[in-house]
Write a protein that binds this ligand. Sequence first.
Ligand code: P61
Length: 457
Amino acid sequence: MEPYKIKVVEPIAFTTPQERAEALSAAGYNLFNLPATLITIDLLTDSGTSAMSDRQWSGMMLGDESYAGSRNYFNLERTVRRITGYRHVIPTHQGRVAENLLFTTVLKPGDRVPNNIHFDTTRANVEHNLGVAVDCVVDEAYDVVADHPFKGNMDVAKLDRLIAEVGRERIPLVMLTITNNSGGGQPVSLGNARATSGWCHRHGIPLFFDACRFAENAYFCKQRDPECAQLSIEQIANAFFALGDGCTMSAKKDGLVNIGGFIATNDDALATRLSNMLILIEGFTTYGGLAGRDLEAIARGLEEVLDERYLAHRVGQVRRFGERLVAAGVPILLPVGGHAVYLDALRFLPRIPQPQFPAQALACALYLEGGIRGVEIGGLMFGKPNEATGAWTWPELEMVRLAVPRRVYTDAHLDYVADVCSRLLARRDTIHGLKIVSRAEVLPHFTARLAPVDEAG
Ligand code: P61
């Protein structure tokens, strides 16, 4: 059961099928363009959507809004140092700014950045700085039904091949995303982090964690890896971070807040360069684009997220949601990840070819059927037209992610979502593909407009 009780409630919206059809058409078949007031269950993201605790809210009243040296910064610094062991803690207003700072500082054009799988903002920040983002996850990650406890693991042999091909000078750092969001919220084992760290340090290459969901990753390790069974979540987190040189963090996930992030490192020279850049784009080093009260909420959220009872409920709720879908015959990525269930659109809608964006079509159908908003992680997000030929390359996975916000929905809400998915499966042959009407070059899925193929011709 939930290890908390509910003190504040927010009504959710109920709409008619006709209202939803009109809203979706006006939104160009892009769920990012829908007003949230027209959504019944919002599973677009687990990012910035957490319910904060009474302890966090009361901490916000203790916000010290001094331009420099806010006491809340020092609380955050102390907590991040305790969890990560990294000396320098540089606050940012969200994760992608931490990525921006890191990559504008360390990348040269043509550099390669390996990661297990880059999340879209990480990839976009690498590419924006003229680097090449290389995914080096184990092959099992691409097999949607392979039963592997740590599908987020890095394939160190792929790192060997990359370095043989491009040389050490072309790899300024390696990233490891815990848990691996684009690969289904799958964990990385401590042993794999150790192997990746060993590889990096043998070659004199720094290792950075993308730590957004570090506590959920640690919980999986405790459950699945005998090496971690007797350790606390904090000890597991300590063990991971000790293997790296720094981390980027979107506190909007395992920080249990609505806004915030940071970059932390033990590299003094790098920290100086990052801080100078921070002052240019975010603000002074003790607030980084956040209010003092936000810093306090993050400090407290990072403590709360280490609570094993909380994590058992959190990861258990997502798993139960996945199990209900499996029982209804809905094809999902297995095993169920930490923060979301991923519908496998290629198996859900086998008649829609990838150039007609089956995952986006499925996401739209879920909205039409039940007012549910998920997010496409497939061809719209990661597909790319070749500049010369116009031919597209498609990602291996074509999924709709149903991300579960932290401490927000009950199992009854998720039962409703499972029922809608099951109804949709029963009438899947009535769902049509989509085509693009307009699309931006960078992070196109946020703003693209689409139309049903049969209407657009
Ligand atoms: C999410 F539809 N994730 O999963 P920021 N690294 C990792 C993330 O998961 C992540 C960031 C860095 C989001 C929000 C989101 O197209 C989308 O604080 C592993 O969002 O800047 C964010 O952290 C960036 C949803 C982002 C999207 C981009 O839902």
